[in-house]
Ligand binder design. Structure first.
Ligand SMILES: [Fe+2]
Length: 230
């Protein structure tokens, strides 16, 4: 468990294979709400050690599946904390019809944590189904897959090469090439990105790779300049 900011932590999870092939490191983000309950974003699988680390911070109140891919920890954490509420991205249930979702994270849904955490559905994309969050007290943007900065260390030369070409290697990584090539509605996507860039944030937490303490607004603006300048 790593403290990232006031009432904000990250916890690294298992290594996974995206599409069954590409090696990915995973990370969950935790917020302790003013109510005292924990908000778990993209929860990783709960080992005994992870469970102890999480429960030391407070009771698990909300489980957030921020896109249709990140489903791994939702059911296992709910089994441990049946009163936790599950929130999921708009298309999540189409891919995971067996996972019961309490509330879908549309742009206009009223969340009990809206004074502390804002959210924005990234629209205009044919595959991506991602909800991006702003943790206001720590001025931190919380992103899942739409920005990736995979660490080069420990990676094979082959996957380093692939990730470099895909634009997601190292601290300078950004929006994956496959996402850039599958935009459905540029204007809608631009509106979403403009809204996110209008938020007050300095820091960036992502699910895959290097996070940023400070300077995140410029970094995120750079990551999206292919769409905002298009
Ligand atoms: Fe991911």
């Amino acid at each position: 468990m790593q403290s990232f900011g006031p009432s904000l932590w990250t916890l690294d999870g298992d290594d996974v294979r995206m599409f069954g092939v590409v090696p990915f490191k995973t990370r969950m983000t935790l917020v302790r709400l003013e109510s005292g309950g924990l908000w778990l974003h993209s929860p990783v699988r709960p080992t005994a050690e992870r469970r102890r680390a999480v429960e030391r911070l407070g009771p698990v109140a909300h489980l957030v599946a921020p896109n249709l891919i990140h489903s791994l920890g939702i059911e296992p954490w709910r089994a441990l904390h049946p009163s936790a509420k599950v929130w999921a991205s708009p298309a999540f249930n189409r891919r995971h019809p067996d996972i019961v979702v309490d509330s879908v994270l549309t742009n206009d849904v009223e969340t009990p944590w809206r004074d502390e955490i804002d959210h924005c559905v990234v629209e205009g994309h044919s595959v991506l189904d991602e909800v991006v969050f702003l943790h206001r007290p720590s001025k931190t943007l919380i992103v899942t897959d739409v920005i990736q900065k995979h660490a080069a260390a420990g990676e094979s030369w082959f996957w380093r090469g692939v990730k470099r070409i895909a634009g997601i290697l190292g601290r300078g990584g950004g929006v994956p090439l496959d996402i850039r090539f599958s935009v459905r509605d540029k204007a809608a996507l631009r509106r979403s990105i403009d809204r996110i860039l209008g938020w007050d944030f300095d820091n960036l937490v992502i699910a895959h790779g290097h996070c940023l303490q400070g300077g995140a607004k410029d970094d995120v603006r750079r990551a999206f300049d292919w769409i905002t300048r298009a």
